[in-house]
Design a protein around this ligand. Structure first.
Ligand code: FE2
Length: 260
């Protein structure tokens, strides 16, 4: 079986879906940006498409899915694996929120978070410090653990104006095998004043080894005539998750993700 390139997050979320002319209940047992495992006794065919309604504290989140595998206990259906090819923004926010909660909780090994920052160019590495910085080539000794290196919105589903100015807004277009990633900082445009401007945008893409491998950086000079937006084109046959980190000289680093 092909190895997953994105970690699944354990969950226990009530869910419903309509199939076989009735509403069925289940539990989302784990999830990621592009898939879920749903515990349900309902027997579903592979490639079945439907909407999953996930119960949140004050809301219902609708996610279109397609069944990709069946899990059985004996002869009975026990769970289905589903893929999400076009996840809604609010679903990605939910995954982010759960991932952050998990990262923030101390693990059994006593580690709290796995972010490392290069002292030379301020590049952030996820999961481990690299032998050489992919941006400035500095050696691993230049990296320091920095669990708070990325700012986290107070409420992922209700961003403040300040947060909307810093969190990257990602639009992806696929064109003849190319992936065009258009990034604007942010949903509300961030200014480029000398004491408060965007200095760089780093792009990460999952590959078979690293869930967030840095593939490029775009630098910005401080200049009021500039706008903090850019488009990056790259070539991949594989679907995946693109992560973007923007860095504001005054207000730190902010992250957004999109899958395709
Ligand atoms: Fe800022």
């Amino acid at each position: 079986m092909k190895k997953r390139t994105v970690d699944r997050i354990p969950a226990n979320l009530e869910a419903e879906f309509f199939w076989s002319e009735k509403t069925n209940s289940g539990t989302v047992a784990d999830l990621s940006e592009n898939g879920m495992l749903i515990n349900t006794r309902m027997c579903l065919p592979v490639r079945a498409k439907f909407d999953v309604l996930i119960s949140l504290e004050e809301d219902i989140l609708k996610v279109p899915v397609k069944v990709c595998r069946l899990v059985k206990k004996g002869n009975l259906s026990d769970a289905v694996g589903v893929e999400i090819s076009n996840p809604p923004r609010r679903y990605l926010d939910l995954v982010d929120s759960l991932r952050w909660k998990r990262i923030k909780a101390p693990s059994t090994r006593g580690q709290v978070i796995r972010l490392f920052v290069c002292n030379v160019c301020h590049h952030i590495s996820f999961d481990h410090a690299p032998i050489n910085c992919p941006v400035c080539s500095s050696k691993i000794e230049s990296f320091e653990k920095a669990p708070e290196a990325i700012k986290r919105p107070v409420n992922f589903t209700d961003l403040t104006e300040f947060e909307k100015k810093h969190i990257p807004l990602i639009t992806i277009l696929k064109n003849n095998g190319y992936v065009d990633v258009h990034v604007t900082i942010g949903e509300i445009e961030h200014g480029m004043d000398i004491d408060d401007h965007i200095t760089f945008i780093d792009f990460y893409f999952n590959d078979s080894v690293l869930s967030k491998k840095c593939i490029s950086r775009i630098n910005f000079n401080c200049n009021r005539i500039l706008y903090p937006l850019t488009t990056l084109r790259f070539n991949t046959e594989n679907p995946g998750v693109l992560t973007v980190v923007s860095s504001c000289i005054a207000h730190g680093n902010w992250l957004a993700k999109a899958s395709f």
